[in-house]
Design a binder for this molecule. Structure first.
Ligand code: ADP
Ligand code: MG
Length: 694
């Protein structure tokens, strides 16, 4: 059982209790005030939110300032209320639209449906949302639109000045997603051309001053032709929260398995603490599903202290029905445990949470321009994140946060802030989007935080070899513009374009759809053997991409049956998404003049198309390797085929992969065997400088 001690105490002291678990208490400095949460009409609920007291102030600032920065604790009502206030004040009159961006798709869907409910309108009419591959808006009716920051960036390709919007609220700015950072730079430019456009930058914690300095330039003068005069100086408003006290508990010794530690902590809370729901922060679908299953099994088997306990997962990619369960009130006499990624850190507010269990980790993207490898890594969170997570326990009444790391670690080793995503990402997509918007000097762009020149050079190199950029680093026509038009990773887009000449676009569109979701396999711990056997029914000698084609065919043949998926350990929800995405890609491909053709059984063509997109990720097996070690052709990095791949242990001589995940080793995901001669054929510039490689 995890043990916790009181920070500030000289030494961890043990206080005995019958379970051997030790609890010490520490009151942190979270402010407290305000009344509890009860059942009330929606209108009453709205008025109780902290942001309500600032309604007039917000509307005044937005009217008189081009940019308003609003900082307020999670749950204070920024996302759901401010767009409604703006609408009530007339900002959506005359056919204009109020936009509110979020970094995460799931948050977009959740807040849009909440706001539609509050306004008593049908989602997709007055209030709508757009995420990639899903547009739930109505061109004539939608006045408040929630969208991902990535989608707003794409909209700029068709409408560079974003003329249909009167106010754009960039929400969750503290997350510093790559698209948020790009948007902030571009919006600043747009404001020069469209001073009437209002920006709201909202966040849970930002150094509002840095953001304000970014939007402040000496050249910015007030616009005095309007009444009242419009100030170009950013305004800053801070919304006083109403969080309750949160006691923080730390473990005494570092834990080795945070999933196990999280589960025993949940049990400990359930055992010892009065009613109130529990929010557990883990890192991704795998560990979350595992924890949910273990908690529920324990409860079902009538574990001595687990009655009344039930667990639900929360991560992006959940179906609508699953999302609704998360938000629905916990039945009397029950205790809900939501096991979440960091999406519940600030993007979503769950009512009824009193206890938080913080693993101290999240999945983060890291890119190394030297090796040219981008990894998703389970990495330690920052102090700022840890504070946010703890704050989630104090929404309803005083709460408790259990940190699965030591206080010493928190104080001395955790970094204060996270690194903006732009400084730890592969920049290929970013460069192509800026180029498509006519921004040529990307290093000279007005960045909130500059990306590294090495990463930029790598991206230019890849885009040049993909034929997307020419010698002057301008988008090529038509390939460059076409790749920019397809809302996918440029490597996938290039693969689609290549399929046209190779007459295998039908197959490649399916592959592209599968590569743009997380996984089509049903993942569950403990049934590895059954899952592997099921996979073998579809496995193709060429590799994962062709295997996906077999699964897709089988799914269609079954009449898109959920039973069929269940039987074959395939994720039904993912397959439905694949079908939808494929349909949208088919439309885009047709618009780009790609002829839809099938190559039937000629998998050579499919392999070549994949190579045309992913040649930069080519790897060769090490001669005499006994453990399946590969080296990347470009940078000689040691990599291995991921155990989930159908080529695991098959180890063909040459492969290309889609992405790398690293745990104990660097593993290639989605791998296909290739013919090395096609590398020089599809990317002569890229592989010529490397010298003879074969
Ligand atoms: P902020 O953006 O400041 O973090 P929100 O506007 O997202 O705050 O949330 C304000 C309040 O609205 C929450 O405290 C919660 O009570 C309520 N709320 C938001 N989304 C939902 C939802 N999907 N279901 C029920 N209540 C919700
Ligand atoms: Mg919010």
């Amino acid at each position: 059982m995890a043990q916790f001690w009181k920070p500030g105490a000289e030494k961890p002291q043990l206080l005995d209790d019958e379970e051997g678990g030790v609890l010490f208490v520490f009151s942190s400095a979270f402010s407290s005030s305000s009344s509890g949460y009860g059942y009330a009409s929606i209108e009453k609920q709205r008025q109780r939110l902290p942001v309500y007291k600032y309604r007039t102030a917000i509307l005044y600032l937005v009217e008189t300032h081009a940019t308003t920065i609003i900082v307020g604790e999670t749950g204070s009502g920024k996302t759901t209320q401010i767009p409604q206030y703006l609408k009530e004040a007339g900002w959506a009159d005359g056919g204009l639209v109020i936009a509110c961006t979020q970094p995460r798709r799931l948050a977009v869907q959740a807040v849009a449906s909440r706001v539609a409910e509050e306004m008593g309108v049908k989602l997709g009419e007055e209030v709508g949302y757009t995420i990639r591959f899903e547009d739930v808006t109505d061109t004539d009716k939608t006045r408040i639109k929630f969208l991902t920051d990535g989608v707003l960036l794409r909209e700029m390709m068709d409408d560079p000045l974003l003329t249909k919007y009167s106010v754009i609220m960039i929400d969750e700015a503290h997350e510093r997603s790559i698209s948020t950072d790009i948007l902030l730079g571009l919006l600043k430019k747009i404001q020069k051309r469209r001073p009437e456009l209002r920006l709201i930058i909202a966040s849970a914690t930002i150094e509002a001053k840095a953001m304000s300095a970014f939007f402040q330039t000496r050249r910015r003068r007030a616009v005095e032709s309007v009444e009242p005069p419009l100030s170009m100086e950013p305004a800053i408003l801070s919304v006083e929260g109403r969080g309750f006290n949160v006691q923080i508990h730390y473990v005494e010794e570092p834990v080795s398995d945070y999933v196990q530690a999280a589960i025993s902590t949940v049990q400990l809370i359930h055992d010892k603490e009065p009613y109130g729901d529990i929010l557990v922060f883990l890192t991704g679908q795998d560990d979350i599903d595992a924890a949910v299953k273990l908690i529920n099994e324990e409860a079902r088997n009538g574990g001595k202290n687990s009655s009344g306990l039930f667990a639900l997962p929360l991560y992006s990619g959940l179906s609508r029905a699953e999302q609704e369960l998360i938000f629905s009130p916990t039945p009397r006499g029950k205790r809900k445990v939501v096991v979440s990624t960091n999406i519940a850190e600030t993007s979503l507010t769950l009512e009824g949470i009193v206890y938080v269990v913080d693993s101290g980790f999240s999945k983060q993207r890291f890119y190394n321009p030297i090796t040219d490898i981008e990894n998703l890594i389970v990495a330690p969170i920052s102090k700022a994140s840890a504070r946010q997570r703890a704050g989630r326990a104090g929404r309803v009444r005083p709460g408790k946060c259990y940190r699965l790391y030591t206080e010493e670690y928190f104080l001395n080793e955790m970094s204060a802030e996270g690194i903006p995503e732009i400084q730890r990402s592969n920049l290929v997509s970013c460069v192509i989007q800026l180029k498509a918007l006519g921004i040529d000097n990307i290093l000279g762009f007005d960045w909130l935080a500059s990306p590294s020149p090495e990463a930029m050079i790598r991206a230019l190199e890849v885009l040049y070899s993909l034929g997307v950029l020419d010698d002057d680093a301008k988008l090529t026509s038509p390939v460059g513009f076409q790749v920019a038009e397809i809302p996918l990773d440029p490597m996938i887009s290039k693969m689609i374009l290549a399929s046209n000449q190779l007459s295998c676009s039908e197959e490649v569109l399916t592959i592209a759809a599968v590569l743009s979701i997380q996984s089509i396999w049903f993942i569950e711990r403990g049934i590895q053997k059954e899952m592997d056997e099921a996979k073998l029914r579809f496995a193709a000698a060429e590799g994962d991409h062709v295997t996906f084609l077999n699964v897709y065919k089988g799914f269609l043949r079954s009449g898109k049956s959920s039973k069929w998926c269940y039987k074959n350990y395939i994720n039904y929800h993912s397959m439905k998404t694949v079908v939808e995405i494929r349909e949208q890609l088919r439309r885009i491909a047709q618009r780009l003049g790609i002829v839809l053709k099938s190559c039937d059984r000629d998998m050579q063509a499919v392999r070549k198309a994949v190579t045309a997109g992913f040649f930069a990720n080519a790897c060769r097996i090490e001669p005499y390797s006994h453990n399946g070690m590969y080296k990347t052709v470009r940078t000689s990095q040691e990599v291995y085929i991921h155990p989930s791949s159908v080529l695991f242990r098959v180890n063909p001589k040459w492969v290309v992969y889609q992405s790398i995940v690293s745990t104990d080793r660097q593993y290639m995901r989605n791998v296909i065997s290739i013919d090395p001669s096609s590398l020089t054929e599809v990317a002569p510039h890229f592989y010529r400088q490397q010298g003879p490689i074969f």
